[in-house]
Design a protein around this ligand. Structure first.
Ligand code: ADP
Ligand code: ASP
Ligand code: MG
Length: 814
């Protein structure tokens, strides 16, 4: 004999019930006991209408109508017209009784726990009747047995306690003796010895099935649901979660106790004593292996088998000097909670005995505070104990595995992973069995915590990076193209999983939690919502993903001003925008401090020399104990391009125009030509070398005429270049006359920085600098005479994008 339980998720509609029929027909056992839940969502709806009726809210009628229609429709779809009328009239008659009960509750404006159990039972009464009628019509040799006559409980409503002696005897007799091959039974519902309807608690159909399996000594208990087994974490929250092939009873019990809803926690007890295996299977993918739960322990192999969580937890803390060394306080604390039927999900006590903390369901917290304060009234009045403190909106997250006890370092890894991701831990508890380590965290952090822990314990080699890209002009769009082309390589070779979750330009923004399709991001962005910097940030914050990276590809001051908010929320920042690092020294320093405090890298390699590894090299020199003596550099790819192409046959105006069109200049080319851009770069290098410098400390000998410097828009700027062509030609001629080339040079030495146009003669390291190349000479204590030289393309969208990409990968390896 096998017991197969089909949950609400498996019996949501007629098409699914047809799948259930296939599974039952294919079951090889001599007798198959089918336990069914209410149609998916019906139990919730019944509880809702019961509470609406109890507050005399008429709207219960419309929800009831929906429930009625759904059941009648299902009958019409499943059962042939010839046999329909009998089934329909029986279903209608049950629905009428349900309606009478609700009308009664509405009339008196009240609902007792007993009436609530009676009403909620209709979900399973109807589903089991319809499914068995369908099986009978399909000639499956099926019979419907009444679970209220089989499963006997005490008369506590809501979650009754089973009388196993009576129940086992009833089941043995009725089920074993029946001549039918298929027996359909409603889950969840039962009755007391004197026949009053009771229920086994939410999710209790699993329990019904386990009770029956144990009573009839079934060979296996199969739980059929909408996922392929018990997963390493709730698959609805953790995309990377995997089904666990085998679990011991104890592991499954811990996982379900800490929230793995796929199995109702009491389910294991009845089958455990008989050693009956439980198989968790997927109704929609019956060939998937699923999970098998047996008595065999997993003492070898993987330490952490699964991660589960319970939301809606409140923490009660009882503390005070009067607790130290006084026996019996904890006993009274737990007694009063238990008398009020408040179940305690987690306990910790500080070894100083100064405080006890327990986790309870948020639904129970108001009552818990009341009863505990009342129980300790005497001590509270005398200030020996403080009134109980309740904190809400919390969740428990637990690592579970038989094999955890023999391994050190698991809790260290758990807490450092959570810490790295800025998840604040309120309480830590380790089960005495050492089969679980649990922590209480904020509800809002659950998804991030689950995913970070899952990554740390189950995907040890892969890391998910979640990108939010602002600015998709020349550089930003190239970056997205590069990420698109490189995604698979990074996954396979560096174990980095890159997902772009948000993209914004100045007009629109778009988000996709599963990753925006990088093939069609442009169309998706155009169709996105109106861009808004604050909303962009709020969305990222609210998504609260681990390894989130904000990528700024703009040149905007307003965007740079938002970095601190990102860093404070442990969101890393990668930027090619120089404004933040070249603004006030105090601001630059603060961003670096925030990056450290919140464990969120702030990287800006492309601020100097586009994709060239200049800042990274500088950092390594300093970290390894070197000291910068002098920096000499040509840092403007734009100016280099311009002066390499400018001669007596061209005009300065046309060359600048060309540089702009080819993406070698900032959107506002005056920023390059005035030398401001180079000042910012040398300032950043000086700061990264450890010097406290402001932009005003840098000497700038401008070569642009005053009039050009004072223009306020690109059009006026270009017009002024045209007007002053003669002065540019003169500068050029002077250089040629002295056999030199014009280079815009930045220098830093003895704490002083300067920038300016210089005539560079043949033989100098800078003389042959081509195109838009940059060059940096680092003279250091270790390289005093022959400097360390970094040279290469220092401008252009492609190389800048690749520099940003390199920073993103650096964070991946962080
Ligand atoms: P049923 O109606 O079949 O009883 P439930 O909704 O009670 O189904 O349980 C199945 C659900 O349990 C899954 O859809 C999944 O969202 C949730 N769940 C939570 N944790 C886990 C886990 N660790 N493994 C599998 N499912 C889980
Ligand atoms: N229908 C009940 C509930 O939703 C029992 C179950 O589905 O297991 O809680
Ligand atoms: Mg369930």
């Amino acid at each position: 004999m096998n017991v197969l339980k089909f949950g609400g998720t498996s019996v949501t509609k007629a098409e699914n019930i047809a799948l259930v029929k296939e599974i039952v027909s294919n079951n090889k056992a001599d007798k198959t006991i089918v336990v069914v839940s209410a149609f998916g969502g019906v139990t919730d709806s019944l509880l809702k209408i019961a509470s609406l009726a109890a507050i005399q809210e008429q709207t219960y009628k419309s929800v009831l109508k929906e429930i009625e229609d759904r059941h009648l429709d299902t009958v019409k779809k499943l059962i042939s017209v010839n046999s329909q009328s009998n089934v329909l009239s029986k279903v209608k008659s049950e629905l009428n009784t349900l309606e009478t009960l609700l009308d009664g509750a509405f009339m008196i404006g009240e609902i007792t726990p007993q009436l609530s159990d009676k009403i909620v039972s209709y979900g399973e009464i109807l589903s089991s009747y319809i499914i068995s009628a369908y099986f009978e019509e399909q000639q499956m040799n099926a019979v419907h047995l009444n679970s209220r006559e089989l499963i006997k409980t005490n008369d506590v409503n809501g979650k009754a306690v089973v009388d196993f002696e009576l129940t086992n005897a009833n089941c043995k007799k009725s089920i074993v003796e029946t001549v039918h091959r298929v027996v359909v039974i409603a889950g969840f519902i039962a009755s007391s010895e004197n026949g009053k309807p009771t229920t086994l608690g939410r999710g209790g159909s699993d329990y019904t099935a386990a009770i029956l399996a144990s009573a009839i000594d079934a060979e296996v208990l199969e739980i059929w649901t909408d996922v392929s087994g018990m997963y390493t974490a709730n698959p609805k929250l953790v995309k990377q979660a995997k089904s666990i092939p085998h679990l011991s009873y104890e592991e499954a019990m811990e996982l379900s106790h800490f929230g793995a809803k796929v199995l109702y926690p009491p389910t294991i007890q009845p089958v455990l004593s008989k050693g009956i295996p439980i198989a968790i299977k997927n109704t929609f993918r019956p060939d998937d292996a699923g999970t098998v739960i047996t008595k065999n322990k997993n003492e070898k192999g993987k330490t952490v088998r699964g991660i589960s969580h319970v939301e809606n937890i409140a923490l009660l803390s009882l503390e005070g000097p009067g607790m130290v060394g006084i026996p019996g306080i904890s006993k009274r604390f737990f007694e009063v909670l238990s008398q009020s039927k408040i179940s305690v999900v987690l306990i910790t006590q500080a070894s100083s005995e100064h405080s006890i903390c327990v986790g309870v369901s948020s639904n129970d917290v108001t009552q818990a505070v009341e009863v505990v304060n009342a129980a300790f009234e005497y001590e509270i009045e005398r200030k020996k104990i403080k009134p109980v403190i309740a904190e809400k909106d919390l969740a428990i997250i637990a690592l579970v595995g038989d094999n955890m006890k023999s391994h050190q370092g698991l809790s260290g890894k758990m807490f450092s992973t959570l810490g790295k991701n800025n998840v604040n831990i309120r309480v830590i508890a380790q089960g005495a069995s050492e089969r679980n380590i649990s922590a209480i965290i904020k509800d809002d952090d659950v998804k991030k915590a689950l995913n970070s822990l899952h990554e740390a314990f189950f995907e040890e080699n892969t890391k998910q990076l979640n990108l939010f890209v602002m600015g998709v002009g020349n550089v930003g769009s190239k970056l997205i193209d590069q990420i698109f082309l490189q995604t698979n390589y990074l996954k396979n070779n560096l174990k980095l999983n890159i997902r772009v979750i948000g993209i914004s330009n100045s007009r629109t923004m778009v988000f996709d939690e599963n990753g925006i399709s990088l093939k069609e991001w442009e169309t998706l962005l155009i169709a996105g919502q109106k861009a808004n910097r604050t909303e962009f940030f709020d969305t990222i914050k609210q998504l609260n993903y681990r390894n989130s990276i904000f990528v700024d590809n703009t040149a905007s001051e307003a965007v740079a001003a938002t970095y601190s908010s990102y860093l404070k929320n442990s969101i890393s920042v990668v930027t090619c925008n120089k404004i933040a690092c070249s603004s006030k020294y105090a601001d630059y320093k603060e961003l670096k401090r925030l990056a450290q405090e919140y464990n969120a890298p702030f990287l800006f390699e492309t601020n100097v020399g586009a994709g060239l590894p200049i800042i990274d090299t500088l950092k390594h020199l300093i970290a390894s104990g070197d000291e910068i003596l002098k920096i000499q550099a040509v840092l403007s790819g734009s100016l280099n391009f311009i002066f390499n192409n400018f001669n007596s046959k061209t005009t300065f105006h046309d060359v600048v125009k060309q540089a702009k069109e080819e993406g070698y200049t900032e959107p506002d080319p005056k920023i390059d030509l005035s030398g401001i851009d180079v000042m910012r770069k040398i300032l950043i290098l000086a700061r990264e070398s450890g010097h406290e410098l402001e932009i005003a400390d840098i000497k700038n000998e401008a070569f642009l005429p005053k009039e050009s410097l004072e223009t306020t828009n690109n059009e006026a700027f270009f017009a002024s270049l045209k007007k002053h062509e003669q002065s540019f030609q003169e500068i050029y001629k002077k250089a040629i006359d002295s056999n030199s080339r014009l280079k815009y040079v930045a220098q830093f030495e003895n704490g002083k920085a300067s920038v300016g146009l210089q005539q560079i003669s043949k033989g100098h390291d800078f003389y042959n600098l081509e195109g838009s190349d940059n060059i940096v000479l680092f003279y250091t204590k270790r390289y005093p005479n022959q400097p360390m030289i970094i040279k290469g393309a220092g401008a252009g969208a492609d190389v800048t994008a690749s520099g940003i990409f390199a920073d993103i990968i650096r964070i991946g390896n962080f």
